[in-house]
Write a protein that binds this ligand. Structure first.
Ligand code: NAP
Length: 458
């Protein structure tokens, strides 16, 4: 796969990059190792000062950065700006809170272990390799980098091959803000070169956000090297609507939850599971809302849906719809190409989807929704959990018993009640089953790449 920026709205090749030679990768690893020693010796206040300076740069450069995101992967420009500003917010969150999140944890009664004092402390692991996807080219990286650097770790970024301009922007960001040379570097390499980097003795751990096969591959290498790994993989999140819910609000939110970021979000709601009593009302509003979306030039402020990021991703969506319709699904709207250039896909809603259809099990990475009808809350739960994924979920009800039941029984890393799934720096983020291992964000995220050191004093 070439390392290149190709505008998905036009198919035009904007810029191609050569991948690094082995020697260049080696130089960067040497720099990273040296930076890890330096960063470990700095205190929280110093790192926080640098992190705030980096957030200032991100904010000052937001307009340019947002335009770059839109041209590289097609998200609507207003959403690109939102992504960039969210990055600055997370950077400030970790600048402000890293020290307290990583404070020593004393044992309340050290006499129970025969000590005068006992506590645990968090220490950086060193160089962490981050393999990242293209769907949020800034946010996915920053939500790793901000906590990692604040903990005193060093980052090496292998970004997705279709967002190299974003990768190169991130390559210099932290150094420009004052962090030591080598604290955060981009490696312009292909997926096949990841294994050698991860096996290098100078790399302590890895995190991957992306597809399940990529995650399995990196986890296998990390496992054989006994190196810590965090995986944030795919999702096919359920969005359950029950009769006591505000159905209008649920349907409006459902449109956004399915189509934000051109539908290319791991935590997008993908399967809409609706009680029969409110099914028709929900589906009519959901289909109408989906049809009303403005599809077009992502640089236009009015656009709500831009192109799919890659031709292969676009083809995959068209094939998923074709397979479902051929096997009897009802296509309520969209599902075909829009225009003659670029990879635009008209947002689609499918009903009457059955287990033989690929879209029942596979993650639809684009604006393609599946709506299921259920008779009761137990059936809703069964269908919601009938997936190999377990990232997040959304539940619409005002009945406290139903709410309690679903919160405790949904097999997912998160449950959002009467709202759509959103990531916040304050809340842990991650999944179970094939959606991944470990957590990002909040206290859990910054602690993932720390050595939890136990200290016992006689
Ligand atoms: P992808 O193909 O897995 O690519 C993600 C990253 O992994 C890219 O940098 C890619 O490099 C690299 N990669 C691919 N195969 C690899 C391998 N065998 N070994 C090492 N690295 C490898 O995924 P994508 O198509 O970019 O992103 C879409 C997927 O990511 C969806 O499944 C989505 O749900 C998931 N995702 C999950 C989260 C989350 O937080 N849970 C967030 C966003 C996206 P190349 O580009 O060079 O191939």
């Amino acid at each position: 796969m070439p390392i290149a920026t190709v505008n998905p709205a036009t198919g035009e090749l904007i810029e191609e990059f050569a991948s690094l030679t082995k020697e260049q990768v080696n130089q960067r690893l040497t720099r990273a190792e040296a930076a890890a020693a330096m960063l470990r010796a700095t205190d929280f206040d110093t790192r926080a000062r640098w992190m705030r300076a980096a957030a200032d740069l991100v904010e000052a450069e937001a307009a340019h950065t947002a335009r770059r995101l839109t041209i590289e992967m097609g998200k609507p420009i207003a959403q690109a700006r939102g992504e960039v500003l969210k990055c600055a917010h997370a950077m400030r969150f970790y600048a402000d809170n890293a020290e307290s999140l990583l404070a020593d944890q004393p044992l309340a009664d050290p006499s129970t272990v025969g000590a005068s004092a006992a506590y645990t402390s968090y220490e950086p692991l060193g160089v962490v390799l981050a393999v990242m996807p293209w769907n949020y080219p800034m946010w996915q990286v920053i939500r790793f980098a901000a906590p990692a650097l604040m903990a005193g770790n060093v980052g090496l970024l292998k970004h997705a091959s279709n967002v190299p301009q974003s990768a190169m922007y991130l390559d210099t960001l932290f150094e420009r803000a004052g962090f030591p040379v080598g604290s955060f570097q981009t490696l312009l390499i292909g997926a096949a070169d990841v294994e050698a980097v991860l096996r290098d003795r100078r790399v302590a751990a890895a995190t991957l956000t992306g597809s399940e096969p990529a995650g399995r591959s990196v986890a296998a290498v990390a496992g054989s090297e006994v190196k810590k790994v965090v995986l944030e993989l795919g999702g096919s999140d359920p969005f359950i609507v029950l009769p006591s819910a505000d159905v209008g609000a649920a349907a409006r939110t459902a449109v956004t939850a399915r189509t934000i970021n051109n539908g290319q979000s791991c935590i997008a709601a993908k399967r809409f599971i609706v009680h029969t009593e409110v099914y028709d009302e929900f589906v009519e509003a959901f289909v109408a809302g989906t049809k009303a979306l403005t599809v077009g030039d992502p640089l236009d402020e009015e656009t709500e849906i831009g192109p799919i990021a890659t031709e292969s991703g676009w083809r995959e969506l068209v094939d998923l719809v074709g397979d479902a319709v051929a096997k009897g699904a009802l296509l309520r709207c969209g599902g075909s190409a829009v225009g003659t250039e670029g990879w635009f896909f008209e947002p689609a809603v499918l009903e009457e989807v059955t287990t033989e259809m690929r879209v029942y099990r596979e993650e639809a990475f684009g604006p393609l929704a599946v709506v299921h009808r259920v008779d009761d809350v137990e059936q809703a739960l069964k269908l919601a959990n009938d997936t190999t994924f377990g990232l997040s979920s959304s539940v619409w009800t005002t009945d406290p018993d139903e709410e309690r039941f679903l919160i405790s029984r949904l097999a997912a890393g998160a449950v959002f009640v009467n709202g759509m799934t959103v990531s916040y720096p304050q809340l842990p983020f991650g999944g179970i089953k094939d959606s991944g291992i470990g957590r990002e964000l909040a206290a859990e995220g910054i602690r993932e790449f720390c050595n939890l050191k136990t200290v016992w004093k006689s």
